[in-house]
Write a protein that binds this ligand. Structure first.
Ligand SMILES: Nc1ncnc2c1ncn2[C@@H]1O[C@H](COP(=O)(O)OP(=O)(O)O[C@H]2O[C@H](CO)[C@@H](O)[C@H](O)[C@H]2O)[C@@H](O)[C@H]1O
Length: 477
């Protein structure tokens, strides 16, 4: 089977969050099953570009309204990711250091999609499946079906995976000329609530839609930033497939970013050594329980509750526990977390920014990982925590509900229901009680590390879905 993934992020080329992790791993594990898996993404100016070799495979032209642009497709030589990686180079639009955050992001991602569809038109043998990730690629199913220039792609099955429905890529109708020419009778298939909505359009036009956990799919029918009725209406073609993790990359026995390696049987000593290393880097005493939060500092992750919750916890513990936060996001939350440093210099630190190396050091060195998320489509952090023997403290929502059960129910973590300071505080205090029982803690760590969330286990669910679409395609012709 020939599968093409289209995405805005892919680790290690360019990663902002979990989408990058999934896109960097899923094609690799599909290829291991014997399929031809490929990925195309924008060519940003990230370090990966200069440290790898590239071959030009296609040059083309396309338009964004009145602006006609040239684009180039390059392929990485050497398959360092384990699959064919293609980048779309559009001078001046995509070749920038950051993935998102520019005022012309809508134009950038529309031009990217137009270039991808234009390039695909020239393929001798088309892919069996085009797999799209999030709204940045959400216009493609519409282009394929109703774009005048893309008739060859009409019968290519498309799958959309919703990693996060909070972001939808809304676009005013006044800017519809940025899209390539399309059948205007079908414009309702681009729209939701009087705007062009790329995520809604993908849900309407893709052959199948998946969400990154089964619980998230159920939740979207009630909370999806305005798309509730659409998810309800299209539920027949939607399914929830829990993400996996790249167990080669995220393995405490071999992880190249760790100072000390360990496995389930050596977990207590291994984690102690890693805790010592990371704590000392921050000037904290390594003999105390260490809590961490790693992630984007936004309301979805309930990061706005962290400054007050952590202040209350650290005050109550009076020096008995340490906390390190790693992340960046909304300036107010960053300021709140920065401010705590002055109050608890011996027990707390905040690394503002992004550090892949520190994230691995914290998954390995921390005793507890806090995830109070209001919305969590799947969540990878808790799965990394399980693999590294770090007890997850999670709010029961989305993928957290599907992967973590409370130890009170013979489970693998500590769970709570409300995204509130009270619930966070109560759960952190429960963690302190657990930490005071070393035998129980060791047994739990051992148990967590046996849980298999690898892609090897789940990748076949995507293959089965693709196969059903390919069969459907054959029957309808
Ligand atoms: N400051 C920082 N420094 C270093 N690393 C950092 C970091 N901030 C975040 N990360 C890393 O980014 C990833 C975050 O992944 P998540 O899946 O938890 O969240 P995200 O909301 O980005 O992804 C969305 O897509 C994924 C994939 O489908 C879903 O799991 C998730 O629920 C959904 O919201 C992890 O690898 C984490 O270690």
């Amino acid at each position: 089977m020939k599968i093409l993934h289209v995405t805005a992020e892919c680790y290690p080329v360019a990663k902002v969050g979990g989408l990058g992790d999934v896109a960097g791993a899923l094609p690799k594990y599909q290829k291991k099953l014997g399929h031809t898996a490929m990925l195309v993404m924008p060519m940003y100016k990230t370090p990966f570009l200069n440290t790898h070799q590239w071959a030009v495979v296609h040059k083309g032209q396309a338009s964004l309204g009145d602006y006609h642009f040239n684009f180039t497709i390059i392929r990485e030589e050497g398959q360092s990711l384990g699959f064919d990686l293609y980048l779309v180079d559009i001078n001046g639009l995509l070749d920038r250091p950051k993935v998102y955050g520019y005022p012309d992001d809508p134009q950038r991602f529309i031009a990217f999609q137009t270039a991808v569809a234009t390039w695909l038109q020239s393929w001798k043998s088309l892919p069996d499946i085009v797999h799209l990730h999030d709204y940045h690629t959400g216009l493609l199913p519409f282009y394929f079906k109703h774009g005048y220039g893309f008739r060859r792609l009409e019968n290519v099955p498309t799958v959309l995976t919703v990693h996060n429905a909070e972001y939808q890529g809304w676009l005013d109708w006044r800017n519809s000329s940025w899209l390539p020419a399309f059948d205007e009778w079908k414009s309702g298939l681009l729209e939701w609530n009087k705007t062009i909505n790329p995520l809604a359009s993908a849900i309407k036009n893709a052959w199948a839609v998946t969400t990154v956990s089964p619980s998230y799919l159920q939740e979207l029918r009630f909370h999806s930033n305005g798309l509730e009725a659409l998810f309800e209406y299209e539920k027949g073609k939607c399914s929830g497939i829990l993400n996996g993790i790249d167990s080669e990359l995220w393995n405490p026995q071999t992880d190249g970013l760790l100072e000390h390696h360990y496995h389930a049987k050596t977990v207590t000593a291994g984690k102690r050594a890693n805790k010592k290393a990371v704590s000392e880097n921050f000037g904290l005493n390594p003999d105390k329980p260490l809590f961490t939060f790693i992630g984007r500092l936004v309301g979805e992750k309930a990061a706005d509750l962290l400054p007050d919750s952590l202040a209350a916890f650290l005050r109550e513990q009076n020096g008995a526990a340490n906390v390190i936060v790693l992340g960046s996001g909304e300036p107010e939350i960053e300021a709140g977390l920065q401010g705590l440093k002055g109050y608890f210099p011996a027990n707390y630190d905040f690394y503002k920014g992004y550090s892949e190396q520190l994230s691995h050091a914290l998954y390995a060195g921390a005793d507890f990982l806090l995830m109070p998320s209001r919305v969590e489509p799947c969540g990878l952090n808790q799965m990394y925590a399980l693999r590294y023997g770090t007890v997850p403290l999670v709010r029961r929502t989305g993928g957290l509900r599907d992967t973590i059960t409370d130890i009170g129910d013979n489970g693998n973590g500590l769970c709570f229901d409300q995204a509130s300071i009270g619930d966070i505080l109560m759960t952190m205090n429960r963690a302190m009680d657990l930490y005071a029982q070393p035998k129980k803690m060791e047994a739990l760590r051992f148990k967590m590390m046996q849980i298999d969330h690898s892609w090897e286990k789940t990748v076949s669910q995507y293959i089965d879905l693709y196969q059903s679409l390919i069969d459907q395609n054959k029957q309808s012709r």
